[in-house]
Design a protein around this ligand. Structure first.
Ligand code: 5GP
Length: 218
């Protein structure tokens, strides 16, 4: 029997698109494993080291990057962000659906290195709503919100480089859609090479089967 190997799923979308909430709702019992990124950004109130991010100094980030410890990395509104390599490698090898919640630049680096990765862009309903969400969470000052909104406008231009777009009007619906995408991805022929091998069609002798057909189907 063919066992599908793991899958790398990238979820991008402007800050305020609700990515974090959606990603946290992906069920580990369905095989999802969320990668925790490394960042030089200051923790927001309520954020925890190791759960939300590995909050590190710039020196530590650069040392990790320079020793090939990151799968991808990018600068976002003045801070460094990157995906630790080890966790992703290990979980993929265990057959998990590894989810990276990352911005566009990092997503495109992943696409280059792992053409098999599934890129999903989570769209906020509209730009006003995005601004409202950023403002309401009261975690950033006005200048940072402005920079994040400008970045959002820019990121949306890259949507055609993604495999799927999911509108995030409602969290449950967005989660369902991601589950549907992942389910369909697992059915792609290139993820199931064993199915063709197990079928053993090459060994089947059609001519002799036809000759014996009356006897066989009696
Ligand atoms: P935030 O500061 O709001 O937590 O994240 C800012 C942006 O950085 C978001 O778009 C988020 O998806 C992205 N991000 C988080 N972790 C990573 C990472 O490891 N790599 C990259 N390239 N982007 C990340």
């Amino acid at each position: 029997m063919n066992t599908p190997k793991g899958m790398l799923v990238i979820i991008s979308g402007p800050s305020g698109s609700g990515k974090g909430t959606v990603v946290k709702r992906l069920d580990p019992d369905k095989g999802y494993a969320l990668s925790v990124s490394m960042t030089t950004r200051e923790p927001r109130p309520g954020e925890e080291y190791g759960r939300d991010y590995f909050f590190v100094s710039e020196e530590e980030f650069i040392a990790t990057r320079d020793t090939n410890g990151l799968l991808e990395h990018a600068v976002f509104v003045g801070n460094l962000y990157g995906t630790p390599r080890r966790y992703v490698d290990d979980e993929i090898a265990r057959g998990k659906i590894v989810v990276l919640e990352i911005e566009v630049e990092g997503a495109l680096q992943i696409r280059e290195k792992f053409p098999d990765a599934v890129l999903i862009f989570l769209m906020p309903p509209d730009i006003d709503e995005l601004g409202r969400r950023l403002f309401n969470r009261q975690t950033e000052d006005k200048m940072t919100i402005e920079q994040r909104l400008n970045r959002a406008k820019n990121e949306i231009k890259y949507i055609s480089r993604y495999d799927y777009v999911v509108l995030n009007e409602e969290v449950d619906l967005a989660v369902d859609r991601i589950n549907t995408i992942v389910g369909a991805e697992f059915l792609k022929p290139h993820r199931n090479p064993g199915l063709v091998e197990d079928f053993k069609g090459d060994e089947f002798d059609v001519a002799s089967f036809i000759l014996r057909i009356d006897e066989l189907i009696k």
